[in-house]
Design a protein around this ligand. Sequence first.
Ligand SMILES: NC(=O)c1ccc[n+]([C@@H]2O[C@H](COP(=O)([O-])OP(=O)(O)OC[C@H]3O[C@@H](n4cnc5c(N)ncnc54)[C@H](O)[C@@H]3O)[C@@H](O)[C@H]2O)c1
Length: 439
Amino acid sequence: MRALEDDLFPSTPGKVKIERAGGAMNRQLHRCFASTSTMFLWALFLVAMTASYLSFQSFVDTSSKYFQASWGGLHWERQIRSSAAPRRPPGSSPNAGISVLVTGAAGFVGAHCSLALRKRGDGVVGIDNFNAYYDPSLKKARKALLASHGVYVVDGDINDARLLAKLFDVVPFTHVLHLAAQAGVRYAMENPSSYVHSNVAGLVTLLEACKSADPQPALVWASSSSVYGLNDAVPFSESHRTDRPASLYAATKKAGEEITHSYNHIYGLSVTGLRFFTVYGPWGRPDMAYFSFTRNILQGKPITVYRGRDHVDLARDFTYIDDIVKGCLGSLDTAGRSTGSGGKKRGPAPYRIFNLGNTSPVTVPTLVAILEKHLRVKAKKHVVEMPGNGDVPFTHANISLARHHLGYKPTTNLDAGLKKFVKWYLSYYGYTRGSSKSL
Ligand SMILES: NC(=O)c1ccc[n+]([C@@H]2O[C@H](COP(=O)([O-])OP(=O)(O)OC[C@H]3O[C@@H](n4cnc5c(N)ncnc54)[C@H](O)[C@@H]3O)[C@@H](O)[C@H]2O)c1
């Protein structure tokens, strides 16, 4: 081996030395290079492994955030079936036996509708992700109330396609009452993606599940009066423009109206969209003005009252929860059938949109005066100009269409409705008359 090497090099000593040294160096370098490239490959391999581990972890984190596997199993399926089973005496109504999947069932409107459906003997299963947009303990309390009436609420996200498919697998729901959404106009400036997550992506996931279900359910869902946006023709009628939303929330609700239309058109889903006007009442939403005003007034804190341009008072068509519930149940009862099956349309299906309001707007200062009367406490008002944050100066519903097609007729005025709300609030938060402490 050595001889062979010697023959390869010329006999000039210095040169040889150098050349030999160069050769050794070359070999060293070669080895070194070979080991560096091996090390490089190992490093690359390690980086790739770490990256895939991290992305898997983040996938698991993201998924588990939305899709915690808190569902499944025989016991779970039994609970779902029992909750979904209608209990109306046979022949008691033309719609005896409807079985409704209520999304957002632990929410304000969802809990009231679920309870009303159950009370008249319908089958109800709820789904809610119990997010922390407002105090989740209120949502848990609503869930407990529903459980005490035999309504089961699944803790899950409407973006979880597997969960939805499973629910439709276990129960042939006749109707879906879709109320889950990211609500609130101002919060859209803080957390815009939550609106896309629930009101757009979640809606599409739900529609996909409805489209594929056999039988296809009829869908009744909550749009919003906010779709009227910059429209200033009053009262707001379903034929008015809705292409100028004033907030991202409104834009996602408007998108929902178009998206549901496409599922109606392509797959034959029966769709009814309801434009609610400022719903209030017991078990309400803490982010809404009437609720936070009540809390602050009782705690002796100032309340911020917004005023429109030129000192014009803001006004809302406040609608009492029981009236909204009647509108939702009326919509379920009159929703025609979906016509599709196996993801294919077999004929035209109804597509309807209704305003559900009260038709008598009340200004915010009047709302405050009514609260002061029922709470027997004077408010510390801080009046400021309305900031440009997505709110509109007034809402006012024309409800002739809902009256005609659903028999919708609101019966509770703001004074009577707030009286009931205050009674609930004081009892729920543990106030005794004359005390101003909150538990
Ligand atoms: N209350 C009103 O004045 C009013 C006015 C117009 C429209 N609406 C609409 O009516 C519906 C009900 O409103 P509400 O006042 O009861 O609100 P809410 O926030 O009390 O109820 C919505 C429920 O949906 C749940 N939810 C949100 N995203 C979800 C998701 N991705 N998966 C599963 N659950 C999810 C929430 O946890 C909440 O419990 C909403 O669609 C809302 O946009 C309400």
